[in-house]
Ligand binder design. Structure first.
Ligand code: ATP
Length: 602
């Protein structure tokens, strides 16, 4: 197959603005492609040589390409720079130079797709000393035989700027049209693609053995499955209703998602959320996974950075592990844990069509049979049937440094590549409510547990009621404190410890220790709710209920610039509560208005 067929199709693709026409041009190109090159043509049209997960990247620096142009066309660098300034695109520069040349030398060897693909693949795989020189020579040799359009797309390809606008779905549509005559068959191809993440492989199977064999594609070790994704929802009530009162709730850890494949030969590979191979960054995880008692395996989990005491650290800390050099060093300085949450294949048996419950059982069984390791654990999962249980778990999750929860439908299979309500993510920031920070007074505290046993772990907070000159309680907070915050506060508050509750404090709950209302801290919360436990605004909105904060979090600021009487007042809390209700009503009204206008226009 002549490379010019590819290049002229690419030229037409860059000239169209219509998605349908783009698909048609691609479909025509695929029809003209001999069977044995179909996968290469699919990859190349997306600017690649291999599927992403193989991690073979071409990406030649513009400087190197410019040297290849000098060599191929005998041009000096200043001429190339001048043309680049004029056109702004190195592909156009190559095209221009090839035009000048082709007027002198009309007869040259024709470029074939095979020749171009093989040479580019050699370039991509050339490494080490002298590889730049090899790259320049090989690229120059290709350019030597290229006509102006071929030169343009060769250069755009190697510099990673092909940009034909051909998305995965465009290729799937074009394949369906070209080889089954019906665009509707895209769904069947898409299913196979979701299981293998390899468009070239799906194309080859379709062209070689027909659509029926595409339907039979299975999950395969070594080809990452496109990840199942979560929809978001903003209230635990809605979530539990959506999942028919029965759900599996898991912590949403703030790390990096990995899909881990272990082959029969014992080889372990790790793939990122975007399906890049990231095995080299996580040697410790690879080692730990090798010991799992399964002949072959595909599991998913979240890799999270840990501090010296084994507490989860935020996502940014993990970035120390995503480096090319000094990987060993980083592994020592930034330990991680792998927290498994799904299993897709075990001992050669595909599990993705089984329900969440049954996959979770398989995962737990595997884990219980494995050697204990500091590196691997299971993401906690709890069966819940009420909004209250979800909220309770959310508090726990946040206090451990998680982002929130992922709540899963226990009946659902693993839906590769789909973002649906079978997984629902729930984070405090989705709950629209209080945006401002609140300054509240510490009136009591309870001791921490475990590692935090020596210091206070949660604080009872109050708002100020100036009319009665009293501090009325509104929440307990245990989230957002670093170990040093807790040590500092424990020391600071020791001066203000009391035997009994201060008369200026109005409370219905009893902490381990009471304090004089002196220390003010800054708090963020996602919402103000009603609760019979707290006394701020008691009876103002509903008889027997006061105002409480949902998912309160310490911002890190002790407001020693504020006297306790400068704290947020009960009236301010009431105002915020009413504003929240108004916002909620107006957003529901907007929704209704939108639905009504849609209905009318239909
Ligand atoms: P986000 O930025 O919220 O992580 P996302 O688009 O990367 O979103 P989503 O599918 O929307 O991914 O959310 C699920 C993500 O949450 C997963 O990709 C994974 O990285 C992470 N995660 C953490 N804990 C879990 C868990 N227990 N189950 C599933 N995913 C989890």
């Amino acid at each position: 197959m002549d490379f010019s067929i590819l290049a002229t199709s690419y030229q037409r693709m860059t000239e169209t603005t219509s998605r349908i026409e783009l698909t048609n041009i691609l479909s025509d190109l695929l029809k003209q492609t001999p069977k044995e090159f179909i996968s290469q043509v699919c990859y190349m049209t997306q600017g690649k040589l291999h599927p992403d997960f193989e991690g073979i990247e071409l990406g030649i620096a513009e400087k190197t390409v410019s040297k290849a142009l000098q060599r191929a066309y005998g041009t000096d660098p200043s001429k190339i720079q001048e043309l680049l300034r004029k056109t702004g695109d190195l592909g156009d520069v190559a095209s221009q130079l090839a035009k000048n040349k082709s007027q002198q030398a009309l007869f040259s060897e024709r470029l074939t797709v095979k020749k171009v693909y093989d040479t580019l693949d050699e370039i991509a795989k050339s490494t080490g000393q002298g590889s730049i020189e090899v790259r320049i020579n090989k690229l120059a040799a290709l350019l030597n035989s290229a006509d102006p359009i071929e030169a343009k797309f060769l250069v755009r390809f190697v510099t990673g700027k092909l940009r034909l606008g051909v998305a995965d779905y465009t290729v799937l549509d074009a394949l369906a049209v070209a080889f089954t005559g019906d665009k509707k068959n895209r769904n069947r191809l898409e299913k196979a693609y979701n299981l293998t993440s390899d468009l070239g492989y799906v194309a080859q199977l379709l062209v070689g053995s027909g659509i029926e064999s595409v339907d039979k594609v299975k999950v395969t070790v070594g080809k990452p499955v496109r990840p199942m994704l979560a929809e978001r929802m903003d209230s635990s009530e809605k979530i539990i209703e959506r999942l028919s009162g029965d759900a599996a709730s898991e912590y949403k850890l703030d790390g990096e998602r990995v899909q881990i494949h272990k082959s029969f030969s014992g080889q372990v590979e790790l793939y990122s959320r975007r399906l890049e191979r990231i095995t080299a960054h996580f040697g410790d995880v690879v080692k730990a996974v090798s010991t799992l008692p399964a002949k072959s395996l595909i599991v998913e989990g979240e890799v999270v950075a840990l501090d010296r005491e084994g507490k989860y650290l935020p996502f940014q800390e993990l970035m120390h592990r995503r480096r090319k050099y000094g990987v060993e060093e980083a592994m020592k300085n930034y330990p991680v844990s792998l927290n498994l949450f799904d299993i897709l294949l075990q001992d050669g048996k595909e599990l993705i069509d089984e329900s969440y419950s049954s996959r979770r059982n398989a995962l737990e069984k595997l884990y219980s049979k494995s050697k204990s390791s500091d590196t691997i654990s299971l993401v906690p999962s709890k069966r819940v049937s009420s909004a209250e249980e979800i909220d309770k778990m959310m508090e726990e999750a946040l206090s451990l440094g998680c982002e929130g929860l992922v709540i899963k439908d226990p009946r659902s299979s693993y839906r590769a590549g789909a973002r649906e309500f079978a997984w629902i993510k729930y984070k405090p920031e989705y709950i629209t409510g209080v945006r401002d920070t609140l300054d509240l007074v510490i009136v009591g505290a309870s001791y921490g547990m475990g590692r935090r046993a020596g210091t206070f772990g949660t604080f009872l907070l109050a708002a100020y009621d100036p009319k009665a000159d009293v501090f009325r309680t509104t929440t307990k907070v245990g989230t957002g404190f670093s170990d040093s915050d807790l040590e500092h506060l424990t020391k600071l508050l020791s001066k203000y410890k009391l035997e009994t509750k201060n008369p200026r404090v109005d409370a219905r709950v009893a902490p381990d220790v009471w304090f004089e209302p002196r220390v003010v801290i800054e708090i963020l919360a996602s919402e103000i709710t009603l609760s019979p436990v707290y006394t701020a605004g008691l009876d103002s909105i509903r008889k027997g209920s006061g105002l409480a904060l949902r998912f309160p979090k310490f911002t890190g600021k002790i407001r020693d610039d504020k006297a306790p009487e400068d704290a947020t007042t009960v009236d301010e809390l009431l105002e915020l509560y009413k504003k929240q209700i108004r916002q909620f009503k107006s957003s529901s009204a907007e929704d209704e208005a939108a639905i009504e206008s849609k209905r009318q226009s239909a």
